[in-house]
Design a binder for this molecule. Structure first.
Ligand SMILES: Cc1cc2nc3c(=O)[nH]c(=O)nc-3n(C[C@H](O)[C@H](O)[C@H](O)COP(=O)(O)OP(=O)(O)OC[C@H]3O[C@@H](n4cnc5c(N)ncnc54)[C@H](O)[C@@H]3O)c2cc1C
Length: 398
């Protein structure tokens, strides 16, 4: 397979998830010669995702909805406080979709190849090395090895990214900012097929939440994300408990098991080095409140492509030139995500009683606004009512 590749590219992209396909697509649309390298044998599989995508996320990504991957329409959401108090939000029309990532990621990859990018699978970027003015990228496919050259490497290799570190940028995320997530795709269960459900509480999912994302009448992704320093047991044990306590879930069958880490903080001021730009989970570009990273990865990939194009036109791949990526991303997405990171730090300090109390006063619309990075004022005003929470309220306001 490696013999199908040319010797040189403008950009070599590590990973063909949403971030990699975005960088590849938008660079190719600008006339750059791009190769995206994916170590898995099938793009999008195995999924490590609840597969939830809101309408606003799809709009930000700028892609058209396609029934082949947008397999289930969501019309509302229900959030449960630890005592079971339910806060519901319903929308007039489709407010989001549960997608089939195995199809969706391939769709994004095809948008990239349609634009002129080349993608190779079952091939790993095993090493990268700066040469004068360019980068040598060493690919491994089964027993074969090949060295290619490029001007810029885009590290889109997800939460376990190595490429950036090899090129001198430390992307290590603090343990407190990473959620361990486990999920079962289950069928034969009793669910509300029109609403996603989110369950909060320090006994249910410390530092995170449990979710039910319907994929049909009686099928759903049921998962849990917890943060190790705050949890007493493994994420898998929290998930088993969650299912065990609900007869409508316990009676079902598990048809797929998924697990992975989700960066929910640890945003990086600097995401570039000479000849290197880091995008998506590899740069911790995820919503710290709900852990959604698909739209963040795609939008950041588009920004990265703009900067890469400018660098190639200038013939200058230094960090000075690439630093415009930091500036643009922080302006367009970083500030909002940083505020959500602050909010996450507040929410994780609330006791179950305080969460129950808040659920009496916050509406579904309030929760949606907060999760999207606005509407903090009402929450802060509520927190102000309890002396213990005043300092948290101030953190949200300033
Ligand atoms: C359990 C779970 C549930 C989630 N639920 C949601 C959700 O409902 N909605 C949402 O928006 N987000 C969700 N996320 C987050 C979302 O999956 C990620 O944010 C998103 O996939 C990030 O895209 P990415 O391209 O940056 O990384 P990835 O999708 O992880 O892609 C990185 C790719 O790089 C490849 N790679 C790694 N190293 C190399 C190498 N050396 N050479 C070649 N290839 C390499 C990997 O194989 C992988 O395919 C969830 C995550 C988890 C773990």
């Amino acid at each position: 397979m490696l013999e199908l590749l040319d010797n040189e590219y403008d950009v070599i992209v590590a990973g063909a998830g949403p971030a990699g396909s975005s960088v590849a697509r938008f660079c190719a649309e600008k006339g750059l010669k791009v190769l995206a390298v994916e170590k898995r044998q099938e793009i999008g599989s195995p999924k490590r995702c609840g597969e939830g995508l809101s309408r606003s996320a799809v709009e930000r990504m700028g892609i058209d909805i396609n029934k082949s991957w947008a397999i289930h329409t969501i019309k509302g959401a229900a959030a449960y406080a630890p005592n079971g108090n339910k806060v519901v939000v319903d929308f007039d029309g489709p407010e989001g979709w549960v997608v089939e990532r195995k199809v969706f990621d391939k769709h994004l990859a095809k948008l990239a190849t349609d634009a002129g990018a080349k993608i190779i699978t079952k091939t790993e970027i095993a090493d990268v090395r700066r040469d004068t003015g360019s980068v040598a990228v060493i690919l491994k496919h089964e027993g074969d090895t090949r060295e290619l050259k490029c001007k810029i490497v885009a590290a889109c290799d997800g939460v376990e990214s190595r490429t950036a570190r090899i090129l001198g940028l430390n992307t290590t995320i603090p343990l407190i900012d990473i959620a361990s997530a486990v999920q079962f795709e289950m069928t034969g269960i009793d669910i509300d097929p029109e609403r996603i459900e989110l369950y909060f509480g320090n006994e249910i999912a410390p530092g995170g939440y449990a979710w039910i994302f319907p994929k049909g009448e009686n099928t759903a992704n049921i998962g849990i994300g917890v943060r190790r320093p705050l949890s007493k047991k493994l994420a898998l044990d929290y998930l088993k408990d969650f299912i065990q306590k609900r007869e409508g879930l316990r009676k079902g069958s598990i048809i797929e098991v998924n697990a992975g880490g989700v960066p929910v903080g640890g945003l990086m001021e600097n995401m570039i080095e000479d000849n290197l730009i880091v995008v998506g989970d590899a740069a911790h570009q995820v919503n710290p409140i709900h852990g959604g990273g698909i739209p963040e990865a795609y939008v950041a990939g588009r920004i990265a492509a703009d900067i890469i194009k400018k660098a190639v036109e200038k013939g200058d791949y230094s960090k000075d030139t690439l630093s415009e990526y930091n500036k643009r991303w922080w302006e367009e997405r970083g500030k909002k995500l940083k505020k959500l990171w602050e909010l996450r730090k507040v929410v994780e300090k609330l006791t179950d009683d305080e969460l129950n109390w808040l659920s009496e006063y916050l509406s579904g619309d309030d929760l949606v606004k907060i999760a999207r990075g606005s509407g903090y004022f009402k929450l802060a005003k509520l927190l102000m009512k309890k002396p213990r929470l005043v300092m948290f309220a101030k953190k949200l306001l300033f």
